[in-house]
Design a protein. Structure first.
Length: 95
């Protein structure tokens, strides 16, 4: 299966929605801190980026909150490719 990822802006300029053509999770999970992401291999990997400040999963998307000093123009493509790669590798949202 080919994994496609596209982005959508949200009302909050610090967050961006990364839509995937695959169901990621039934329901939703919110990881507002790096510490809370310890139970989520997928979120834990995202928090390794120093510009990621929050991660939220629901159905076929992940919403990522960036740090104040990061610019979407600099990080959007990096995160898009990363979400595609990690979705393809079947990292679990929660263990």
């Amino acid at each position: 299966m080919t994994i496609n990822v596209y982005t959508e802006q949200t009302p909050n300029p610090a967050t961006m929605k990364f839509m995937v053509n695959k169901l990621l999770i039934n329901g939703s999970e919110d990881f507002a801190t790096k510490e809370s992401a310890e139970v989520s291999p997928f979120a834990k990997e995202l928090f390794k980026f120093n510009f990621v400040n929050g991660v939220f999963f629901a159905s076929n998307f992940v919403t990522i909150t960036k740090t104040e000093d990061a610019e979407w123009a600099d990080i959007e493509a990096i995160l898009k490719e990363f979400v595609k790669k990690i979705t393809f590798s079947k990292h679990q949202i929660c263990i």
